[in-house]
Design a protein around this ligand. Structure first.
Ligand code: PRX
Length: 647
């Protein structure tokens, strides 16, 4: 495998406004560089200093032991993330809202730090009284309601290892995760609201546990009052249990390396991987990155739109935000219900100051039309963020202009379920941004782009994105499969973490993510990342979203097929197809000219919003899809795409 060719030219640079920088934690590029350099010389010192922000029942004896690929952080230290998110703030912030919440039907709830502390202590008492103990795994399968965060914080308070399953997953996903984790307890709800309908969470649990007799109890939160089946041997109402829990329980001191949670993430093949995160390192990473990257301030109302079922929700809806004593806003439902302006309406009503969402959501907003956000003021916003996929420069500019009104910095944050926390991102008052680049690594993170031998590549040569030194919130293993952990992440380069992404660094050292290694296309001997060609397509005024994949090509080896969704009411045509092909040539060169353009109403995506290029590859080369589509959000999308082929 050789290097990747970079074709994208993007010269725009946006400096943070002096108004933003003046009150930011890091105020100049020099501030960042100094901090980065000192952390680079001694990452352990950097993290140790940050760890002292938090409460430890007992201090650590050693910051790190590193026996590649096994790291331990803050060894000997005792802490508790629930204590750090709640108890620690009671003296100074008891009355401050910790969680603001809006349900899809419009109902609302607020929990101050004091109220949240009380709920969590009492629910921990419930769990303890049911006989669950430190180290036991608990599956949480709930809608986006405050009780989901309460359940997680309660598990963490007494050392139970939670595994949250996204509420959009089906019963078979629950069953797989149960089989792997052997959880004896499930916490769920009678349903949740999504696009006006009730998602039958409890029914899904009932189905999933038919083949998992080891599940002893199912705690059910009453959200919708929809009728559900009731098994008196296993099922327990949340409110009935809570009415008996009067005193609450204290957070127990946990060992820094005690597991905190397992989060399942789909591998490209086979059964999902249970990514294991531990207590001390994770909280230090979550706390520190949230503090600097979201520049959290006392008065901020912060909203991350991710579902808690993803790592983004764990780290930046719940743990990293509450540990900083900030107010986190949660919303239960869909962005287009009952109308496509719902998010902007929420921002105006709650005076959201920091808004963190995904490129896939942004591209949907673009497709829905500019007139929608234009109806709202959005004047409370001061900082924007994105995560999950490369953001095409055009979509970045749209976000910057229409939502940020050209005054809000954008933090394009690169990270993974496995990394636990953001590793590459602008620090908003300090680092000038370039549309489409996640910019620079966080202090303490030694990221690089290397060739197949692990040698660093010169500027603008694409290669493997790797991390060369351990960091506190890194995964420790894959649950029950340490060999898979070693093989997947650490076997390509000794002692170096392999991310599976391709990237380049530009002449300023900025990182540009070029796509997943699996999605690389090789045209006439040149290896091209998917994201640059997609960005070229998205820069055409008619295009909302694009995905490119390779098909076999007799002469070139591989040819490019582009799947494109158009904005608003724009219709597809042969002329537009030719125009788009030419547009790619003009933007990035003849090499990347697509062989075919396929117009689609939607692209197949995972439930977390990532484009499934694997399916598109099959559609492009075979005309149909075989194999696993269980993580696909809407199967009809694939059906439509493949039936077009037969026409
Ligand atoms: O390919 C990268 C992409 O998402 C992958 C990680 O996915 P997941 O574990 O689901 O976590 C998503 C939320 C942290 C990465 O390997 N990715 C994530 N953020 C970015 C990104 N690609 C480009 N730019 C980003 N900011």
């Amino acid at each position: 495998m050789e290097e990747l060719d970079s074709l994208l030219k993007e010269d725009r640079v946006f400096k943070p406004s002096s108004e933003f920088s003046r009150s930011a934690r890091l105020q100049t590029f020099e501030d960042y560089k100094k901090l980065y350099q000192s952390a680079q010389q001694n990452p352990q010192n950097f993290w140790e200093k940050e760890a002292k922000d938090l409460h430890w029942f007992k201090p650590w004896k050693k910051v790190l032991t590193w026996d590649p690929p096994d790291a331990q952080w803050f060894i000997g230290g005792k802490t508790n993330i629930s204590y750090n998110c709640l108890d620690r703030h009671l003296k100074t912030k008891a009355q401050k809202p910790a969680i603001l919440w809006e349900g899809e039907p419009g109902d609302t709830k607020t929990f101050s730090f004091k109220e949240l502390h009380e709920e969590v202590s009492r629910f921990s008492e419930v769990l303890k009284n049911l006989g669950f103990k430190k180290g036991d795994r608990v599956i949480i399968y709930m809608p986006m309601i405050p009780e989901l965060a309460i359940a997680m914080l309660s598990c963490a308070r007494i050392g139970l290892v939670h595994s949250v399953i996204f509420g959009g997953f089906s019963s078979s996903a629950i069953e797989d995760r149960l089989q792997d984790s052997k959880a004896r307890l499930i916490i769920t709800a009678d349903g949740g609201y999504r696009r006006g309908k009730i998602v039958p969470l409890k029914d899904n649990v009932d189905q999933a546990i038919q083949k998992t007799p080891f599940v002893e109890k199912v705690i059910v939160y009453q959200r919708t009052k929809a009728p559900i089946k009731w098994n008196p041997l296993k099922d327990l109402w949340w409110h009935e249990l809570m009415s008996k829990a009067k005193k609450g329980v204290d957070a127990i001191p946990l060992d820094s390396e005690d597991p905190l949670f397992i989060l399942y993430t789909s591998g490209t093949t086979g059964k999902p991987k249970g990514v294991v995160h531990t207590t001390g390192g994770y909280i230090v990473g979550a706390h520190t990155t949230a503090k600097y990257i979201f520049d959290l301030k006392e008065e901020d109302i912060y909203w991350c739109t991710a579902d808690i079922g993803w790592v983004t929700g764990h780290t930046y809806v719940v743990y990293g935000i509450l540990s900083n004593g900030a107010t986190t806003f949660m919303y239960e439902g869909a962005p287009d219900f009952p109308h496509k302006g719902r998010f902007w309406d929420i921002i105006d009503r709650y005076k959201i100051t920091i808004f963190y969402t995904s490129p896939t959501a942004i591209r949907a907003f673009i497709q829905w039309g500019d007139d929608i956000p234009k109806k709202y003021r959005l004047s409370s916003l001061r900082l924007l963020g994105t995560v999950g996929e490369p953001i095409n420069p055009q979509a970045w500019m749209w976000y910057h202009t229409l939502i940020g009104k050209e005054k809000c910095p954008i933090v394009d944050t690169w990270w993974q379920t496995e990394t636990g926390t953001i590793l590459i991102s602008p620090i908003p008052g300090a680092i000038p941004t370039k549309p489409g680049s996640a910019t620079l690594p966080f202090p303490g993170i030694l990221a690089d782009v290397v060739d197949q031998y692990g040698n660093p590549l010169p500027p603008n040569k694409g290669g493997f994105l790797v991390i060369k030194y351990p960091w506190p919130a890194m995964l420790r293993t894959i649950y029950g499969d340490h060999e898979r952990y070693k093989k997947q992440y650490w076997s390509n380069f000794k002692g170096i973490y392999w991310t599976g992404d391709e990237a380049r660094k530009d002449e300023d050292g900025y990182f540009w993510i070029m796509g997943r290694s699996d999605d690389v296309i090789k045209v006439s001997g040149h290896r091209l990342g998917s994201s640059e060609i997609e960005s070229a397509l998205v820069s055409h005024p008619s295009v909302a979203e694009a995905a490119v994949v390779a098909i076999p090509h007799e002469i070139k080896g591989q040819g490019i097929v582009a799947f494109v969704t158009l904005k608003g009411n724009i219709l597809s045509s042969k002329e537009l197809e030719n125009e788009l092909k030419q547009h790619v040539v003009t933007q990035i060169g003849a090499l990347a000219r697509p062989e075919h353009i396929r117009f689609a109403k939607q692209l197949p995506k995972t439930r977390s919003g990532k484009i499934m290029r694997r399916l598109l590859r099959q559609i492009a080369s075979e005309g149909k899809v075989t194999g696993d589509t269980t993580t696909l959000e809407d199967i009809s999308v694939v059906q439509t795409l493949s039936s077009q082929d037969e026409e």
